[in-house]
Design a protein around this ligand. Structure first.
Ligand SMILES: [Zn+2]
Length: 240
């Protein structure tokens, strides 16, 4: 398939990894690139080929491609090494434990170094339908249940405020397909801004157990998107 070849090239995927599917979700403005490991797997610690143990489904946020929010998804093998036990093989596109591809992380850090970082990953999305706090919509139950933990993560990161927006504030949220859209206000200048931003993004994903899209308020340049955000966002955290 041509799109598989295209995405292999865009993402720099090479053997033993193969792009097996490209799933386009037009309404959500997302593309999911499914990557599979084929052949012998090696222990990441000693490099020896080892028998397979099982696989774990993992997901990484990549740079947008053709204005689509792009995610990599892979069943990552775990191998059983005689010396190192059961270990997950490393993937060439991301650091262990990261929810972003390495290229995405380096770009976010570059953006955040700019005076006014254009972190507009979500600004190309379809419009958010109006559902708001003032309509009496309760906060999404998963968000509500994790509120103290989320607030603590925001405090640690030095955030000024955090809001939910998009499907997490409406009944369109689906436990199968939706992620959480969160809007963050970080004070500037702030030492280690990029590291704080990325750490908070990881913490929120861990707390919520779902992919999280963390959009920086400073990066929202599109006035219509910004107005929409301001009328539909639900407050989650505000610094004292
Ligand atoms: Zn080993």
């Amino acid at each position: 398939m041509r799109d598989r070849d295209l995405y292999s090239k865009i993402l720099g995927i090479s053997a033993p990894w193969h792009v097996t599917d490209v799933i386009l979700d037009m309404p959500a403005g997302k593309v999911e690139v499914v990557v599979e490991h084929r052949g012998e797997a090696c222990c990441p610690k000693c490099g020896k080929p080892c028998p397979g143990y099982d696989t774990r489904r993992r997901r990484w946020r990549h740079l947008d491609t053709c204005q689509f929010e792009t995610h990599l998804v892979a069943e990552v093998p775990r191998v059983s090494c005689e010396e190192h036990g059961v270990v997950q093989v490393s993937v060439p596109w991301a650091e262990g434990g990261s929810r972003f591809t390495a290229l995405f992380e380096s770009l976010v850090i570059d953006w955040l170094k700019e005076a006014s970082p254009p972190f507009t990953a979500s600004s190309t999305r379809p419009p958010i339908h109006a559902t708001s706090y003032s309509d009496g919509m309760p906060l999404h139950p998963t968000l509500a249940a994790s509120l103290p933990e989320i607030q603590e993560a925001c405090r640690r990161a030095g955030a000024r405020a955090l809001w939910a927006f998009g499907s997490a504030t409406s009944d369109r949220w689906s436990p199968l397909t939706s992620d959480f859209d969160l809007l963050i206000d970080m004070p500037r200048p702030l030492p280690d801004l990029a590291a704080r931003f990325l750490q908070l993004h990881r913490d929120l994903g861990r707390i919520l157990g779902r992919p999280v899209d963390l959009v920086s308020l400073h990066g929202v340049r599109n006035p219509h998107f910004r107005a929409e955000l301001e009328s539909t966002r639900l407050p989650i955290y505000a610094a004292a």
